[in-house]
Design a protein around this ligand. Structure first.
Ligand code: ATP
Ligand code: MG
Length: 565
């Protein structure tokens, strides 16, 4: 394709709000254009990359016998009410009404639609297992769309759903998907790691996320140097082995004025105690009921673990107003010593303490020398906090190490989470009706495009891996006004097109501009027609390592082919 015909609106300056490198480069190299917050047009170069990623996904899906479909984006609320997610999904679900005031959603994911399809169309166990996939635009009204395509409100996803008569068949497909995901991400040039994860709003039991390692990643991955252990920090279990140390003698409870002390750090400094001698008190709203959660002052509550314990996604931190209504103080002075009828749960590590500091449920007051059982009761101890770097891992393999990752994919065992409420059954080999068991498997296609750029760029621009590059070759004539250069350029363009995908920079721009754009756009191999054109010699340059060679046109095709091997 001639570059003069391709729409590539490169920018000199990128908007300051583009924090992520991939976001900056996508804008700068003219790949995307923002239309609204988290909503983008994919311009020609990006469209080609999306198609290449999609085709690699298709090949690997078909290899494991998943078949492609296109399901509706517009989804009737009835289905979501059947699964219970019309309520549960919350404000991320984009909702709209049709002209008859019937409620619809723009699909953020397709469990309901696909389960209804299979329920209505599939009758016998003989048709199982069955895996359907699609590549399609999804909608989620994200609270904070950001980082360009990394967190959009409209984005492209590959989603697959598998249906089985039994657990064994489901686990086989799950493992096939897991392997296929590694192949896909390797083929598109991403360095990824599969980690154990929480199943969140989609539900189910067993799940892995695939993370592209990158500093911009919004997730923290906990891993071990000594084993395969890797988990999302939300999921990473904290080991608790009760220590042998005996508690010191209980001292009398004492109320202390702590004016203007807002944080645990402030309090530790004010009272001259370590943060680990303070207990943090928080109130959560769990399905409309308030509960108190306690963790040590140097630990952080992990909300995902709170959700897991109560087996619901409907968990949120109580508002300041609610907190004041319940315990009569601001969040900075809360404590578990109260005559209010409220359940109190604590992290395991709270058991290690006595004579500790807690809020007094009165603004600007704390208690010192508080003790469990004497001053208040605890209704249960659980693992409720985030692991810290360096703590022992749950598999006994050593210490926790941390890395940042971008979640590019996730695989889930759903079991009968959707099949049951939506009554998706089949007739088994004894002619009896039985519930189906399911898995679901997502890849963020547009997020993958960004993650590739995060892992493959330099100061001058993008460095596309060969497999997903928008074009394979960038042919540039330095000065098309010179006849020998223009003629050779045109001739090579004709000749090379049958072997490679060629972008031909035929523009009447200065050489510097063309080279800068070429670096920015990042096509793997550049062929430059310049001052040696009349002798049939061109320069071939690799984008990744900068290696360049003068090559005679008779050897050009072979030379380029060797580069990509
Ligand atoms: P996140 O935790 O990042 O919000 P998620 O776990 O909610 O993502 P899934 O429901 O697992 O997302 O969706 C499958 C895949 O779709 C994700 O692994 C991710 O790659 C992609 N994805 C999810 N949300 C977005 C988004 N807002 N923008 C771009 N890609 C997304
Ligand atoms: Mg996910």
């Amino acid at each position: 394709m001639k570059q003069s015909k391709v729409f590539i609106p490169t920018l000199r300056e990128v908007p300051a709000e583009a924090e992520a490198k991939s976001h900056q480069l996508l804008l700068k190299a003219g790949l995307i254009k923002q239309n609204a917050a988290g909503v983008y047009s994919y311009l020609p170069l990006a469209t080609r990359v999306i198609q290449k990623i999609s085709n690699i996904i298709r090949e690997e899906m078909e290899r494991i016998e998943a078949v492609e479909v296109i399901m509706p984006v517009l989804q009737h609320s009835e289905l979501w009410k059947e699964s219970g997610r019309w309520e549960a999904y919350g404000p991320e679900l984009m909702r709209l009404n049709d002209r008859h005031q019937r409620e619809f959603a723009l699909g953020p994911t397709h469990e309901e639609v696909v389960t209804a399809l299979i329920r209505d169309e599939l009758r016998s166990y003989k048709q199982l297992p069955l895996t359907l996939f699609q590549i399609q635009t999804k909608f989620r009204d994200e609270k904070r769309p950001r980082f360009g395509l990394l967190r959009g409100r409209e984005f492209i996803m590959k989603d697959a759903y598998s249906f089985h008569a039994d657990e064994e068949s489901l686990m086989k497909t799950y493992n096939d998907m897991y392997d296929a995901y590694y192949k896909i991400f390797n083929r598109v040039g991403l360095n990824v790691r599969a980690v154990m994860a929480d199943s969140g709003a989609i539900g189910g039991s067993h799940t892995h996320e695939f993370h592209a390692l990158s500093a911009i990643g919004e997730d923290t991955i906990v891993y071990s140097d000594n084993s395969d252990y890797a988990a999302n920090i939300e999921k990473a279990e904290v080991l608790y082995t009760p220590s042998n140390h005996t508690h010191e003698e209980e001292k009398p409870l004492e109320k202390i004025e702590t004016p203007n002390v807002k944080t645990v750090q402030d309090l530790a400094a004010f009272l001259n105690v370590p943060q680990s001698q303070i207990i943090k008190t928080m109130i959560f709203n769990v399905q409309g009921e308030y509960v108190v959660i306690l963790v040590r002052g140097d630990h952080e509550v992990n909300e995902v673990k709170v959700k897991a314990i109560f087996e619901t996604d409907d968990v949120s931190l109580a508002t300041e107003e609610d907190i004041r209504n319940i315990l009569g103080a601001s969040s900075g002075s809360l404590g578990p010593i109260t005559d209010k009828d409220i359940k109190i749960y604590a992290d395991h590590y709270v058991q290690e303490l006595n004579n500790f500091v807690v809020g007094a449920n009165e603004d600007d007051y704390h208690y010192i020398n508080a003790n469990v059982n004497r001053d208040f009761k605890i209704d249960g101890y659980f693992d409720l906090r985030f692991i810290l770097e360096g703590e022992p891992l749950a598999d006994g393999s050593g210490q926790a190490k941390f890395a940042e990752g971008i979640e590019v994919g996730q695989v889930f065992v759903l079991g009968d989470k959707y099949a049951k409420p939506m009554k998706a059954t089949i007739l088994n080999d004894q002619g009896r009706e039985q519930s189906l068991t399911m898995g679901c498997y997502g890849i963020g296609v547009s997020r993958t495009l960004s993650a590739i750029i995060e892992q493959h760029h330099d100061d001058n621009g993008i460095i596309w891996p060969q497999s997903v590059a928008p074009y394979e070759l960038h042919l540039i004539t330095i000065n098309p006004k010179k006849e020998d250069q223009r003629e050779l350029g045109d001739k090579l363009y004709q000749a090379l097109q049958s072997k490679f995908e060629v972008l031909y920079d035929d523009r009447n721009e200065r050489a510097g501009v063309k080279f800068n754009d070429a670096d920015l756009i990042g096509i793997p191999v550049r062929v430059v027609v310049g001052k040696n054109a009349s002798e049939g010699i061109v320069e071939v340059k690799r984008r990744d390592n900068g290696e360049r060679n003068d090559v005679h046109i008779d050897n050009l095709i072979e030379h380029i082919k060797n580069l990509s091997n």
